[in-house]
Structure formats: C-alpha cells, structure tokens
Design a protein around this ligand. Sequence first.
Ligand code: CA2
Length: 143
Amino acid sequence: MNILVINGPNLNMLGIREPEIYGRETYADLCRLIEEHAEKAGVTVTLCQSNHEGDLVDAIQLALGKQDGIVINPGAYTHTSVALLDALKAVAIPAVEVHISDPDTREDFRKVSYVRAACIKTIKGRGFDGYLEAIDFLAGGCR
Ligand code: CA2
C-alpha cells in the first residue's frame, strides 16, 4: 500500500517555537517516526512538505493513480483553502486530516476546516502519533 503524507505551511518549523503547542521534536524527527512506523506496517510512504498552497494542490493531483491513501496536515490552509478541498475531492483518494494540536480548543478561526468535507476521518490533538494512527487507519481498510 502506498500512502502520501502531506504537511502544509510552517510544519517544517516544528520544534523551533511554541513547544507548548507542538512539542520539542522537529520536522525531521516527525519524518523519521513516520518512516519507521510505515516500514513496520509494510506501507510505502512518500513524505512532502510545502509552504505554498499550489504546491500542495500539485502534490494531491500527482497522487492520482499512484497513492492508495493520503494523510494531510494542511497547517493554516486547513482554515482557508477551498483549493485543497477541491483537489482532495478531485482525486477521490481516501484521505485523513491530521492535526498535532486540537484546533477546536484554540482560537475561533481554527475551528473551521475546509478540507474536512473531503476526508474520511480527522485525528487531532494526538501529537505526532496522530500521523501514525492515520496510516494505521488507512492501511487497515479504514476501520
Ligand atoms: O495542530 C496542527 O497540526 C495545525 O495544523 C498546525 C498549524 C496550525 O496553523 C493549525 O491551526 C493547526 C501550524 C503549523 C506549525 O506552526 C508552527 C508555528 C510555530 C512554531 C512551529 C510551528
């Protein structure tokens, strides 16, 4: 099974500031954790991160015919991007929305998720483990 893990803007800055919200581990630590977990689960993962909305749309479109599942933390674009919602709907690949923090307990503007309507599941507030849970959910046939 092939799973694309997409991270949006500023997730490359993990561990640098706001450790009380996002923890002390870095984006490189997150990638290592995901790769090790995927290997044990027999899943092939492709990781990508971009600060640019159009690049994230391109990554979703390029998944068509190649990836069986998408794990996406769209970062701040969660709360603004109809383009990401449309891209996920266009490829119709089972997608899981992941957030390290729980945006629903933070500022009001984080309580809206545009991408949620195109995702089969949302995992939030579970730290880095949320990505692993998303991979297991997709690899386990979405059960
Ligand atoms: O909780 C999450 O995973 C978020 O998607 C993270 C986004 C935020 O805009 C969403 O509302 C929730 C932020 C990405 C990381 O931003 C950083 C900010 C300061 C230091 C390091 C990372």
